[in-house]
Design a protein around this ligand. Sequence first.
Ligand code: KIV
Ligand code: ZN
Length: 390
Amino acid sequence: MSKDKVDIFDTTLRDGEQVPGCKLDTKQKLVIAERLDQLGVDIIEAGFPISSPGDFASVEEIAAIVKYARVCGLTRAVKKDIEVAAQALKKAKRPRIHTGIGTSDSHIQFKFNSTREKIIERAVEAVAYAKTFVEDVEFYAEDAGRTDNEYLARVCEAVIKAGATVLNIPDTTGYCLPEEYGAKMKYLRENVKGIDKAVLSCHCHNDLGLATANSIAGVINGARQIECTINGIGERAGNTSLEEVVMILRQHPHLNLDTNINSKLLYSTSQMVSQKMGMPVQPNKAIVGSNAFAHSSGIHQDGVIKKRETYEIIDPEDVGVTESSIVLTARSGRAALAYRAKKVGYELTKVQLDKVYEEFLKFADVKKEILDEDIHEIIESSNVNLESLA
Ligand code: KIV
Ligand code: ZN
């Protein structure tokens, strides 16, 4: 049975770039946009054109060079924003305007000092106006995570009538539980007239560490677009991480959902974004962290050396990491030491290994990690007959 496709909407260059201190110049953004296009993302959110002349220029240049993905610009539900975004997107082969407004009672009351009915009017006007410039208009209901479902459904229905092609349901504050976010998508699918004319999109923030889980709950319940960033970077605790959702769908074929992403480019793309933004990837980050395929305890190392799948659910090559690594520490066992010694040229017999292992533990108690050069030194100082080594 063929799988349903989930569109990947990458917002590294917009929501991701909102990380304090991670501002990119246009040249850097162009390099990242080209890479995202090769990676296979379906939509690149290139920026918020009205926010600054620099952002306008970046969106304009990205629109001109991107070959395959749709290029999208963010706006508020404000006419001038929409005009400026349309202008910046002029050269895009497949432009998308992403417009919207806050829909939670808290946003309506405190941000806009308005009413639910007036917010619907503004949403409809914004979508209809964007539609005069481009065919593809995505609407975001900001703070949808905390918006009452019945009202949210009315907003969605109204903007679909006005021509919205995608409905973004952001959990702007990262508040929802996966069950709740999934139920929200299901409710919208079942209660919004005309829902078949639009794609539901997940846009989750990570304030409680649930962004990825919420996005997956969203697609299980009928959403067909996920908005995410490389390395999960973004406002506050970040956005849904692109590499995580892509690999979750790939590792769980029974969900019958897949993306267009060339997963072999995930690791190098993560490194590129990290370097350009000056933002290191945490070592234990799923999929792309330096420890994601590193094994350091003796029990795990023994298992992985016998059969990789005992402790790894992903083949590192599938995400562009050359191989799993066996890290030598004081917690490592003989199997790991023999494996690493062989890699640097020593085939140890059982008796030799016992001797070298004793010496190894002395070194490892002092040093945090034993490197290849240390292995030569350990073997030499353990008095095994080097000539008998292969
Ligand atoms: O988190 C959010 O609500 C957003 C919107 C502007 C789409 O980033
Ligand atoms: Zn966001």
